[in-house]
Design a protein around this ligand. Structure first.
Ligand SMILES: Cc1cc2nc3c(=O)[nH]c(=O)nc-3n(C[C@H](O)[C@H](O)[C@H](O)COP(=O)(O)OP(=O)(O)OC[C@H]3O[C@@H](n4cnc5c(N)ncnc54)[C@H](O)[C@@H]3O)c2cc1C
Length: 388
């Protein structure tokens, strides 16, 4: 595999995790990222159970992830007067280890930047799969040919669109939108609901985190001013501190707005192109995306090494293993849980948090999904990673 060249699109979690393993097993790796630099901070993401921990341990980053962890803080659900209704425990939203997405991405980047080529501020514009490799053109850089191309560029994957077809064929809208923003408000860690709408302030996800139910909306994903207007409309007339927050929207910093959606692909690979992480099986706010990304990266690199570079066999094995493990992403929808549709459902959701036994049962179920895979011990990877 010394001469196998791999282009990875996306430098968040899945991309650099795969870059780590592929460079260890002798591939020449290039990572292209649309953002002009690594994106710092961002929402908190989490790892659950021993499989996720084992994947981090095998990369040699478990202790560093622990050192940088956030989380563990409870969130208080309040009524319109700010009185406590229930408490969402930190372990429920934050798994076993919680870390800011940007901190994890930076850690993976630090471990790979010397051995891999990173190209920021660029994006793939076309992929032509030929017998000898994939001819790739870029927005800025000169065309190049790679043996393999990996789409690790998130739920709205560019590589998936170019190689598998339009997003509308692969991403299902789940009836809700969310926004992360810094609205400059004093925090705490509180959450308030009215039917179909939720606002959380000071929680681990972001200074302000909003979720609301909606019909599908027509908007440009990069038009932040339009996002602010959508939010102002969606939150008009809501109680608690929301009028103050809506008034602050025009000055919002770091606003990120998107739909809650689920990726539904019927395959992860086509020819020499393969999908990894959210691009393959994302489910917004589903709670498993980061663990799946690091486990998927390990399995994909391991299968490529085990198949001696025969990408067809490796991609088939990777998909067989990952599709079963990722089936949890096909089920859930965080929208109705975070922003229940009626007052009755809001009360029912809050009631669950007052019953320790129900919470423990829910945590056991998530743990079962997170550990429902047997990680192979790929010698080409682990032999290298455990070397002194
Ligand atoms: C608010 C929120 C809370 C979350 N909480 C959790 C949680 O608690 N637990 C959990 O496990 N997961 C959580 N997630 C999900 C988690 O962030 C993702 O599952 C995880 O980051 C998947 O990583 P990824 O690398 O596959 O994709 P992403 O993190 O989406 O990264 C995709 C990368 O591709 C880049 N990119 C996009 N387009 C292009 C292009 N055209 N060319 C080049 N690069 C491109 C992007 O800039 C980005 O760097 C949360 C997500 C959100 C939004």
């Amino acid at each position: 595999m010394k001469n196998t060249t791999v282009l990875i699109s996306g430098a968040s979690i899945a991309g650099p995790a795969l870059a780590y393993w592929l460079s260890r097993s002798g591939h020449a790796v290039t990572v292209v990222e649309r953002a002009p630099a690594l994106r710092p901070g961002g929402q908190a993401v989490d790892f659950k159970g021993e499989t996720h921990r084992a994947a981090l341990e095998r990369m040699g980053i478990l202790s560093e992830v622990r050192r940088r962890q956030t989380g563990g803080t409870d969130q208080t659900i309040v009524d319109a007067d700010g009185r406590r209704l229930a408490v969402m425990p930190g372990e429920f939203t934050g798994g076993d280890i919680e870390i800011l997405r940007g901190d994890l991405a930076a850690l993976l980047y630090e471990r790979t930047e010397e051995d891999c080529e990173y190209v920021f501020d660029d994006s793939v514009t076309s992929l032509t799969d030929t017998a000898g490799g994939v001819r790739v053109t870029f927005e800025r850089g000169a065309p190049r040919t790679f043996d393999l191309v990996v789409g690790a560029d998130g739920i709205h994957s560019n590589v998936r669109r170019l190689a598998f077809g339009p997003e509308s064929d692969h991403v299902r809208f789940l009836g809700h939108y969310y926004a992360l923003a810094d609205l400059g408000t004093a925090s705490g860690n509180v959450m308030y609901n009215e039917p179909g709408r939720m606002v959380a302030l000071g929680g681990p996800k972001s200074p302000a985190f909003l979720v609301f139910a909606s019909e599908r909306l027509d908007y440009d994903r990069y038009d932040v001013e339009r996002h602010k207007r959508i939010l102002a409309d969606a939150y008009r007339g809501m109680g608690w501190r929301v009028p103050e927050l809506v008034a602050r929207l025009p000055e919002a910093r770091d606003l990120h707005f998107d739909s809650i959606s689920r990726v539904e692909t019927d395959r992860y690979a086509r020819g020499r192109v393969v999908l990894l992480g959210d691009a393959a099986h994302g489910n917004t706010l589903g709670g498993f995306g980061t663990g799946l990304a690091v486990v998927g990266a390990y399995v994909l690199a391991g299968e490529l090494a085990a198949a001696g570079g025969d990408h067809r066999t490796a991609f088939r094995r990777y998909e067989e293993i990952l599709r079963g493990y990722a089936r949890v992403t096909r089920k859930g929808n965080a929208g109705p849980f975070l922003a229940p549709a009626t007052w009755r459902r809001i009360r029912m959701r809050n009631w669950i948090f007052k019953r320790r036994f129900l919470l423990r049962a829910m945590l056991r179920i998530t743990d079962r999904f997170a550990t429902d895979i047997r990680l192979e011990d790929y010698p080409a990877l682990t032999g290298a990673s455990t070397a002194p």
